[in-house]
Design a protein around this ligand. Structure first.
Ligand code: SF4
Length: 345
């Protein structure tokens, strides 16, 4: 049996590869970056919502299942640059910096993931211009290193604000969808900051809070146990205060229906999820339909999110839309089973 190709080494791809190997299928795991683990690894995620478990505790076992399995051939810093449908499976061309190689594979799992929205596109928030405006992947790194300080002067902040829905639910930037994770990750970060530094005030500016299912619990805990303050409103702009040492968030408090202008030491933007570069490339290479948002479109998305409807091609994780890590891992397992069935027929 030719190997099953898993494209993408984030949580969904790792899960698919581990499952395929457990089923006894030879597996070819291709990742364009030089490491496995996807965005959680790239941005050094700290604790995961809602249980506040270290990301390493979740990702570590998944990584070691893949790294230690003899049936999984791992190809890092490698891209697929051509794909052709064959009577059974695909023929693909793999490319590294200095080589190309043609391989036959019996089925394909696309687990090409997402990219964080580039917050510089929301110019009015000053990301990239003001060092103390961060987006939440950078705060993950700070929390991971247990060093919450203002990048401008290395001093601990006294007041931090999180602005939700940056690059999501925003038709002006072409992203009308909800990122699904921005609320809960921001709340989780505010809780982490308050746990470690109760002297720091944490404010969250929101349109609505969307912490679906059991994750709502963390929202209530953040207020009742950790004193995180929530303000329903829209921040229209972030500017530097006179003297340049603080930031001013200007907007509207939509509960009080009045303008608001509040100083902060640090502002965190909850940047949304967009289709990853690899997802866009895979759509073209494999001729997969994409929705208006650019994510891959399953044949029957509300019944079966892993079947593409094309022969031998399956989806997993955030390649089809914003997704939490547990959902991505579960889809990785589902896609692996469907790919295995197809490859064995
Ligand atoms: S999950 Fe929250 S932050 Fe993200 S777009 Fe939806 S409402 Fe906004």
């Amino acid at each position: 049996m030719n190997p099953v190709l898993v494209l993408g080494g984030g949580p969904a791809g790792l899960s698919a590869a581990a499952e395929l190997a457990a089923l006894g299928a030879p597996t070819l795991l291709v990742e364009r970056e030089s490491y496995l683990g996807g965005n959680p690894q790239r941005w050094h995620y700290s604790l995961l919502a809602p249980d506040l478990r270290p990301a390493q505790e979740v990702m570590g076992p998944l990584l070691s299942r893949v790294e230690n399995h003899p049936s999984i051939e791992r190809r890092l810093s490698t891209s697929v640059v051509r794909a052709e449908l064959r009577p059974k499976g695909y023929q693909v061309v793999l490319k590294t910096q200095d080589s190309t190689e043609t391989r036959d594979v019996s089925a394909v799992v696309l687990a090409t993931g997402f990219d964080h929205f580039d917050s510089r596109r929301k110019y009015e928030y000053g990301y990239g211009r003001y060092p103390d405006v961060l987006d939440f992947k950078e705060v993950e790194q700070m929390l991971h290193e247990d060093r919450v300080v203002r990048p401008s002067d290395g001093k601990p902040p006294r007041r931090i604000a999180w602005i939700l829905c940056v690059g999501s639910r925003d038709v002006q930037v072409g992203n009308p969808w909800c990122c699904r994770m921005g609320c809960v990750v921001s709340i989780k970060q505010a809780v982490e900051v308050r746990q470690r530094h109760p002297e720091i005030d944490a404010y969250v500016y929101y349109m609505d809070i969307r912490t679906y299912g059991l994750w709502e619990d963390l929202y209530w805990k953040s207020m009742q146990e950790y004193g995180v303050k929530f303000v329903r409103g829209r921040i229209g702009a972030v500017t530097l205060a006179e003297g340049g040492s603080r930031l001013i968030a200007t907007g509207e408090d939509t509960i009080l229906s009045r303008p608001t202008e509040v100083p902060f030491d640090m502002i965190v933007l909850a940047s949304g999820m967009e289709p990853g570069t690899g997802t866009k490339e895979a759509a073209t290479l494999f001729g997969v339909p994409v929705g208006p948002e650019g994510f891959l479109t399953p044949r029957v998305s509300d019944l079966n999110p892993v079947d593409s409807g094309l022969p031998g091609l399956f989806f997993a994780g955030a390649a089809t839309g914003p997704k939490a890590i547990p959902d991505a891992v579960t889809e990785g397992m589902g896609a692996a089973l469907r790919a295995f069935q197809y490859a064995r027929l």
